[in-house]
Design a protein. Structure first.
Length: 154
């Protein structure tokens, strides 16, 4: 019986392989829960009055840390569930605002695969773009991950 939702092994990918995730709408409740849980009490994320009086933003802002978390929540189950071994780092760039009510998805491309010297695993880097419902890229990031290899190559 085949297990559904199992991620890709590093050998399944090649440089240039591209993907697009499903979508997720970021709700006002998501923002409230996140800023409360992590203590991110900056008025940009907690005060409608402050936004209206002191900024030109047109809605409730979503912290970049939440956008990236939700982006990873879209990427991981679709690509590396049970095959991702470690998140090793990335460069993150917020390229535009994300507002409560925006719907995001992630578009990614594999840019680097380096087989480890020991074991059936590899370092894999992707360039990921977080795109909103209008087609605007609101964030880019380039995670480097350690991924399992296909057991048939053990």
């Amino acid at each position: 019986m085949q297990l559904l939702g199992h991620g890709f092994y590093w050998q399944d990918w090649s440089v240039g392989w591209a993907f697009k995730t499903q979508t997720r709408t970021i709700r006002n409740e998501d923002v409230t829960s996140f800023v409360g849980m992590v203590g991110m009490t900056e008025e940009l994320f907690t005060s409608d009055w402050y936004l209206a009086e002191h900024t030109s933003f047109t809605g409730r802002l979503v912290p970049g840390a939440l956008v990236m978390s939700m982006a990873e929540g879209l990427v991981i189950p679709a690509t590396i569930a049970r095959t991702g071994l470690a998140f090793l780092g990335c460069q993150v760039n917020v390229t535009g605002p994300t507002y409560a009510g925006d719907t995001i998805h992630v578009e990614g491309v594999v840019t680097e695969i380096k087989q480890a010297s020991k074991g059936n695993r590899a370092l894999v880097r992707t360039d990921n773009k977080v795109v909103n419902q209008n087609g605007d890229v609101v964030m880019t990031y380039d995670p480097l991950r350690m991924m399992k290899g296909d057991p048939k190559f053990d």
